[in-house]
Design a protein around this ligand. Structure first.
Ligand code: FAD
Length: 620
């Protein structure tokens, strides 16, 4: 057994290499274990957005400079052409000006060049890279982690970072949450030199296909086609046949775009079905943490996966460096490794979850599958003048101040310590409000709401259930919340809520009028955060008819979005109240889904509760 202190990183992809360089530069002893025989990712290119570029700069050393040298730094006056399949220009997206405003450019870059830049940096900082070795499993101990490798050996370290991608073995051991989910489209990627499109980015919209094109320096463009398709079909073709099939699918499109695909070097074509996962309930297991796609795989609609991995690496490096610099291995350490990893996860989870869900939504809009969806997407792009929904919050991310820039927190005095602890506990307990939309007292809908409430309470929330008979308010009119005592109380609870669960019986494939009327009251919620802004809204349709239940769920989710609930946990349809999970009986599939929804609401609510003091400050 090799005794190895400090950090083992499973996976030498973008996230793993970025973390390796940053951790090694901060004085940690880092070993990257990579399954492949060489660090040389195919898969054409990707775009680093201002948040990713800032993260790269925050990693330290020469990472930012290396990446700028490796890719195409978008010029201040550069635009991306958005067009339909015939070549008609819908809009010119001012990507250079947007970068200037944010203080960092977009940088499209070949993956190979990005990997090279990150590897050079990691090696220069002193990280070791062990190739052709797979991390199979780990065993967590209180004071170390044993990392089991496929050659039969074990590495012992103080911390393990699972940066082993979407099918992560580390995640499997930590969460065992099954395979990722296919999202309805595949991708064919390539790169082409000498295209008549020149050194300029394009987005080309067809029906069920969207092509993203970006310059990566020299005379080269990289491109990604996202194609609506059943799973497995395109990967099964192999690169050459997929390139041919895509060229055929583009028949009748703007000729330079067809030529771009036809003339690409077949050796560089990569075909990948697009998957993601629902946000994970946790990213850490003592001394083990997840990072990058292992933590938050997302569809590439917003081009954020690698950017978020770089953000993760920058935050993780700061967190772990502070643990080690205070002597993490000793019992007297002020910041232990598990505490540092938890701090990292706390800082990253909510943001990553929001980007996963926003990417998923953008992905289905992008595909324009079907005539109506195609024209809606094109019209939206034309009027918005950009490809995506508003991304300011995503690409505007900035790393927190470095330790030397931070002001020291005040030392608590002996007398104030208890009070501080108590108030922190009060501030951080999430509050979840559950609303049942059935007037019949003791209905299945009421009991499902109670079931979910019990689970929330078991997971540490304060809860308030409104049964149908409690929300039997007069028909809504503006201002009712101020004059009706029951309505005022309902609003007060919603105002305090970090998460909301809406349970509706399936009435004629829509939601109950009772629930609808109660939710209209939310119009009367004012204050710094109106509506249900930023609260997780879980939705449950209660009814046996599957088709009706689906429509009810859709309506509930639409209302959730209209109330600015965000992010949106899974919606669940149930026919009956499942047995309580506390009993030894295994949960039914319905119960499993319901419990999954509750835990998503819970962790999003907890994250919101943890940030509540900051929200209050920001609003003040
Ligand atoms: C079509 C498409 C377009 C995209 N475009 C963009 C874009 O424009 N911008 C952007 O930011 N992101 C984009 N992404 C997403 C981006 O590629 C990923 O989010 C990013 O590569 C994740 O990096 P990672 O290091 O977490 O994982 P990976 O890149 O998957 O790296 C994981 C590494 O771990 C290794 N590994 C796996 N299992 C093990 C194991 N058990 N032991 C040891 N090693 C292991 C793998 O060999 C691999 O090297 C796109 C993705 C796709 C599919």
């Amino acid at each position: 057994m090799v005794m190895k202190k400090s950090v083992v990183i499973a996976g030498g992809g973008i996230g793993g290499l970025a973390a390796a360089g940053a951790l090694a530069a901060r004085g940690l002893d880092v070993t990257v274990v990579e399954r492949a025989g060489r660090i040389d990712s195919g898969g054409s290119g990707l775009v680093l957005y201002p948040n990713g570029v800032r993260a790269a700069d925050a990693l330290g050393g020469r990472v930012g400079a290396r990446i700028r040298a490796a890719g195409h730094v978008t010029a201040d006056d550069e635009v991306r052409i958005l067009m339909d399949a015939s070549g008609t220009v819908l809009a010119e997206e001012p990507i250079g000006a947007a970068g200037r405003e944010l203080g960092a450019p977009q940088i499209p870059v070949l993956r190979r060049s990005l990997h090279r830049a990150l590897l050079d940096e990691a090696l220069a900082a002193g990280a070791a890279v062990r190739l052709a070795t797979t991390v199979e499993d780990y065993t967590a101990h209180e004071d170390h982690v044993a990392v089991h490798l496929d050659d039969g050996s074990t590495l012992v370290c103080e911390a393990l970072v699972g940066a082993d991608g979407i099918n992560s073995a580390v995640r499997r051991r930590m969460l065992d949450d099954g395979p990722p989910q296919y999202r309805g489209y595949t991708s064919v990627r390539g790169r082409t030199t000498g295209s008549v499109l020149g050194q300029r980015g394009h987005v080309v919209n067809g029906r069920g296909i969207q092509l993203f094109i970006a310059p990566v320096g020299g005379d080269t463009l990289y491109w990604t086609a996202k194609i609506t398709s059943p799973p497995g079909v395109w990967p099964a073709m192999g690169p050459q046949a997929a390139q041919r099939a895509l060229t055929e699918a583009l028949e009748g499109w703007y000729e330079p775009v067809v030529a771009l695909v036809r003339d690409a070097d077949t050796a560089d074509i990569v075909v990948t079905d697009i998957h993601d996962r629902d946000p994970a309930p946790r990213w850490t297991d003592g001394r083990v943490a997840l990072l990058g796609d292992a933590a938050h795989p997302m569809v590439p609609a917003l081009g954020q996966g690698a950017n978020m991995a770089l953000e993760d690496a920058a935050v993780l490096a700061e967190a772990l460096a502070s643990a080690v610099s205070t002597g993490s291995a000793s019992a007297s350490s002020a910041v232990t490794v598990p505490a540092a990893l938890e701090a990292y996860a706390r800082e990253r989870m909510e943001r990553a979850a929001a980007v996963v869900l926003q990417s998923r939504r953008q992905g289905s809009v992008d595909q324009g599958a079907g005539e109506a969806a195609e024209s809606r997407r094109n019209a939206r792009m034309k009027s918005a003048g950009r490809k995506d929904s508003d991304l300011a919050a995503v690409v505007g991310w900035r790393p927190r101040a470095q330790p030397h820039e931070r002001t020291q927190p005040p030392r608590p005095t002996a007398g104030s310590a208890v009070q501080t602890k108590e108030s922190a506990a009060i501030m951080r307990t999430p509050h979840v409000v559950l609303v049942s939309g059935s007037l019949r007292t003791g209905s299945t809908s009421d009991r499902v709401a109670e079931w979910c409430a019990r689970l929330c309470a078991e997971q540490g929330a304060t809860v308030r259930v409104f049964t149908g008979s409690e929300i039997d308010f007069p028909a809504y009119r503006p201002g009712l919340g101020a004059v009706h005592e029951g309505a005022a109380q309902f609003l007060e609870e919603l105002r305090r809520a970090d998460g909301v669960v809406l349970v509706s019986p399936t009435y004629h494939a829509t939601i109950s009028g009772l629930l609808k009327n109660a939710l209209d009251l939310v119009n009367d919620l004012d204050g710094p955060l109106p509506y249900l802004d930023g609260r997780a809204i879980g939705t449950v349709a209660v009814g046996a008819g599957a088709q009706g239940a689906v429509s009810t769920l859709t309506t509930l989710r639409t209302i959730g979005h209209a109330l600015r609930g965000w992010p949106t946990p899974v919606g669940v349809a149930v026919a009956q109240v499942p047995p309580l999970p506390a009993t030894d009986e295994p949960l039914s599939p319905e119960g499993e889904r319901l419990a999954q929804m509750v835990s998503q609401v819970m962790w999003m609510s907890s994250a919101r509760a943890a940030a509540r003091p900051a929200l209050v400050r920001a609003a003040a």
